[in-house]
Each structure stands twice: as structure tokens, then as C-alpha cells.
Design a protein around this ligand. Structure first.
Ligand SMILES: [Zn+2]
Length: 233
């Protein structure tokens, strides 16, 4: 279940599935990244709150997951950041799906837009945790953060078909209205996780495009501002 909390008086969103880990999704009250504006004051605010400098990335809609090193804070061409105890990570989003994973003192923030979802980014993270860190699937907690909802996200038939192939069950996340195609990336990522055995999943009810304007929508606002997922172990 998601709930609102605050970081130094600014509204953030958290999941009770990760109550034993410091994590949050920022709202417009605490923007940490903008294309044409310096947000370092807000990042400094968060880093002083965490007591820890955050590693971040340049996303490319791929499935590369970087293992964060203690003295390196920027990762090029990376859509997943894997951290250990004593490290923190930050990733920025503007409609794409943020997923925070936690198991056995390892944490991952992953970026899954439609391209990442087509490449089954969620499964790539789960396989990495299992194969490289001997994590048991049933210990993995996955929190799917705020992202564009299926009512707001019309895609072409080709994208619909590519996403359709990534899961066996299609009862959630795929909708057709006449000759228009809509997908719910949060639901499809949840289904990918279920199909690789992950059971502890929390899905954020908030859309980045409709409803209260809590987050940023790249698709509908063409904005350079981003909201963020933050994790510290
Ligand atoms: Zn929506």
C-alpha cells in the first residue's frame, strides 16, 4: 500500500512493503532533476536527509544494470542501479515505470518505459538478483511506482503486440477500443514479475498524466521536469 510522507517538509510517496528500507518517490514538491534547470539544491537537501550521496544514471531504454561502486556516482547508458548497504541511488522519470527492488540487503532501482518493458526489464533484474546474489525469488520485494495509466497511454498496434508477447496472461494491462490500443505498463510489469515467481509486489495507484498533478508527465506536458525514485540501504 502506498502512502504519503515527507522529506524535510516536501511531499513524497512511499510503499509499506519497503517500510524497513529508506525509499521514496518524489512529487512536484521536491523535483530533483530538470533538463534546463539546476536542481542541485533539492538534491543536496535529499542527500543531507539521507546522510549519503546518491548515485544516478543516464537512461537509454535498455536493460543494463550497473552495480554501484562506492566512489562512482554517475552511470552512463544504464537503466538499472544496483546498490548494497551504505549506498544510495536516484533515478528520474516522466511517465515511464520506476521499480524499486529489495532482497537480502541488495536494492535495485529500474527504469521501464515501453521499450524497457518490451525487453522485460523487471525479469532481467530478478534474474540478476537470483543468479549473481543468490537471492530467493520469494524474498524479493518489488514496488512499482507512479507511471502513466492505461487510460492515458495509447500506443500503436506494433507496440501493443510487442508488449503482448512479454507475458502469458493478458487479463490486465491490454485494452482495445475500436481501432485504438491502450496499455498499462504498471500492470504489465506486475504480470512479468508474477510470471517469474515474485509474489511481494506493490503497485502505485497514481497516474503521472491524469488525476491530481502530483508528478510530471512527459507525454502530456512535454516538460523537462522529472520526478524521482530514491533508495538508500
Ligand atoms: Zn492516467
Amino acid at each position: 500500500m502506498f502512502y504519503f510522507s515527507n522529506v524535510k517538509g516536501r511531499k513524497v510517496l512511499k510503499s509499506d512493503l519497503l517500510n524497513d528500507v529508506e525509499h521514496f518517490f518524489t512529487t512536484r514538491e521536491l523535483c530533483l532533476f530538470a533538463k534546463e534547470e539546476d536542481m542541485s539544491d533539492n538534491r543536496n537537501l535529499v542527500e543531507s536527509y539521507l546522510g549519503q550521496k546518491m548515485a544516478t544514471n543516464q537512461p537509454v531504454h535498455g536493460t543494463h544494470i550497473a552495480t554501484v561502486e562506492n566512489d562512482k556516482f554517475f552511470y552512463n547508458k544504464t537503466d538499472g542501479l544496483l546498490i548494497s548497504k551504505g549506498q544510495a541511488a536516484l533515478m528520474n522519470f516522466g511517465d515511464c515505470v520506476p521499480i524499486i527492488f529489495y532482497a537480502n540487503n541488495k536494492g535495485v532501482i529500474a527504469h521501464a518505459g515501453w521499450r524497457g518493458t518490451v525487453q522485460s526489464m523487471a525479469k532481467v533484474v530478478v534474474e540478476k538478483l537470483i543468479n549473481e546474489y543468490e537471492v530467493n525469488t520469494q524474498d524479493i520485494k518489488a514496488v512499482i511506482g507512479p507511471a502513466i495509466c492505461s487510460r492515458c497511454y495509447e500506443v500503436g498496434q506494433d507496440v501493443f503486440a510487442q508488449l503482448y508477447k512479454t507475458v502469458v496472461n493478458h487479463f490486465e494491462g491490454f485494452y482495445q477500443k475500436g481501432n485504438k490500443y491502450f496499455v498499462g505498463l504498471k500492470e504489465i510489469n506486475k504480470q512479468q514479475l508474477l510470471e517469474c515467481g515474485v509474489e511481494q509486489i506493490d503497485v502505485c495507484p497514481y497516474c503521472t498524466a491524469c488525476g491530481e498533478k502530483l508528478f510530471y508527465s512527459y507525454r502530456f506536458e512535454k516538460t523537462g521536469y522529472r520526478h524521482s525514485a530514491v533508495l538508500k540501504l
